[in-house]
Ligand binder design. Structure first.
Ligand code: ACO
Length: 458
């Protein structure tokens, strides 16, 4: 039997059954951080290094039947078990319901931090000192305005255009206003685009909304906080100075914090994948926004509200749950690729909801949502599938109570997620192991065949 070793050196297989625990005498030998693989097609044994509980997929390529073969690949549609990067930004333990940004528990950040401070943390790796936070905040305030031509672009959309479609297109269009952004290798130029994107996202979002309802754009107010200014740009009417309700301003700030990053989710992966071609960050972020728009990702809270409205009455919940279990419909706002326990963000949001309802009055949908959660969490289907409420189950109910239209929900998510996308993008560009994203495929189509003229086709 031939033995093929990788850098860690080789070892033959013992006769123990696959997956069994070593005997005490075997266990006394210090465990090697390697994985032995027997290719039963050839009987060859390979040994590949294990680092951080991971093997390098390219180490499999030496496993071949014939020397001219391409070599073994791993097949992982939807990246169910593939790490695409090494990241120091966000940690999630889905089984324990843990979420940390740069090591800080989300619960502490939601309670003690602000969105701008958290954005700084995600992008820089450390909480800012007072002067650092001051400079960062000044830069964001300075970049809040958008070029008047961008407002013309927004005005070109139809009155009923979905604000998320407007947001995505306008973020992409910003690349034409800042051609310097193509120089993604310059840290200074990158930093300037980061200021612009974090600062302008709320402006673009609010202007998209105002266009839809035919209201004149409300320009940024330098004296207001990030969340307070966003409320101003959304809801300012004829008053000379808009003063946001402090409870609503705080709730929105917390919601932005909760959405700020979530490691390698669908939109972060889009940001990294598109960014890996070295395109400018506006184009990459438009791609991330497009990924977020889908109902299985950031579009879920919009779908939750539609679902709760369709249910309409607590009495109809059992029937709806039956349809979910029959796989006719999904229980929107439930389930997560990573969390197989309560999403910690959902618990925080439930508390924020109470604070908001004290100001706005209760959104009647909350009663349906709470009862739906109660019934689902005591049902075997949901327990056995480990389906719990995710961040979007309650966020829409709060947004609606705050008078955001349903179509703005994914846009609100995108504003919060902007620093996360940019932190992922920046980390990608600084990672010497990263290259252009380019998965392999398992080809299952026709073998070579000759072209058939149309007159001979059947
Ligand atoms: N309702 C009912 N059943 C569900 C749900 C749900 N919301 N989510 C998953 N399941 C079931 C699936 O039918 C499947 O059942 P089966 O094993 O009997 O076939 C099982 O649970 C596993 O589901 P997958 O779809 O394989 O899980 P995956 O990790 O691919 O999907 C996802 C995760 C997309 C979030 C899924 O749970 C879902 O569609 N949820 C509803 C949409 C939603 O709330 N999205 C927001 C996610 S959070 C965020 O993006 C911020």
């Amino acid at each position: 039997m031939a033995k093929h070793t990788l850098p860690m050196g080789g070892r033959r297989f013992s006769k123990r059954p696959i997956g069994s625990t070593p005997t005490p005498s075997e266990a006394t030998v210090a465990p090697k951080q390697t994985l032995s693989i027997t290719d039963n097609r050839t009987g060859k044994v390979y040994e590949v290094p294990i680092k951080d509980d991971t093997i390098h997929a390219t180490d499999l390529r030496q496993i071949k039947v014939n020397p001219e073969d391409f070599g073994l690949m791993s097949y992982d549609p939807a990246f169910n078990n593939t790490a695409s990067c090494r990241s120091a930004i966000t940690f999630i333990d889905g089984d324990k319901g843990i979420l940390r940004y740069r090591g800080y528990p989300i619960e502490q950040l939601a309670e003690k931090s602000t969105f701008l401070e958290t954005a700084y943390l995600l992008l820089h790796g450390e909480l800012p000192t007072k002067p650092q936070l001051g400079a960062w905040t000044d830069n964001i305030i300075h970049h809040r305005f958008i070029h008047e031509n961008v407002t013309k672009l927004l005005e070109g959309f139809r009155y009923d255009a979905h604000p998320m479609g407007m947001f995505i297109s306008t973020i992409a269009a910003l690349s034409t206003f800042y051609p310097e952004a193509n120089d993604i290798k310059s840290p200074e130029i990158r930093q300037r685009q980061i200021f612009r994107l974090v600062a302008k996202s709320p402006t673009v979002a609010a202007f998209a909304y105002r266009h839809g309802i035919g209201m004149p754009f409300a320009y940024p107010d330098d004296e207001l906080t990030y969340a307070g200014n966003f409320l101003n740009m959304m809801f300012k009417a004829t008053e000379t100075k808009y003063r946001p309700d402090p409870a609503l301003e705080h709730a929105l700030d917390v919601l932005f914090i909760l959405h700020a990053d979530h490691e390698q989710n669908c939109s972060a992966n889009a940001m990294r994948s598109v960014g890996s071609s070295h395109v400018d960050p506006y184009s990459a972020m438009a791609a991330a926004g497009a990924a977020l728009y889908g109902p299985l990702h950031g579009g879920a809270n919009e779908q939750v509200l539609r679902m709760l409205r369709e249910i309409g009455d607590k009495k109809r919940i059992p029937d709806y749950v039956k349809r979910v279990k029959a796989k006719e419909v999904l229980l929107m706002g439930f389930g997560h690729r990573v969390y197989k326990n309560y999403d910690p963000r959902a618990s925080i949001i439930k508390r924020v909801a109470q604070e908001v309802f004290e100001v706005t009055g209760k959104n009647p949908l909350i009663d349906i949502a709470l009862e739906l959660e109660r019934i689902a969490l005591s049902d075997d289907y949901f327990i056995s599938h480990k389906l719990y409420p995710n961040v979007d189950f309650y966020s829409g109910i709060i947004y609606e109570a705050m008078k955001f239209p349903v179509t703005m929900f994914p846009v609100l998510f995108a504003i919060g997620r902007t620093p996360g996308w940019l932190a992922q993008w920046q980390e990608l560009l600084n990672d010497p192991e990263q290259k252009i994203s380019r998965p392999r495929q398992v080809y299952i189509g026709s073998q070579e065949r000759d072209y058939v003229g149309i007159e001979k086709r059947r």
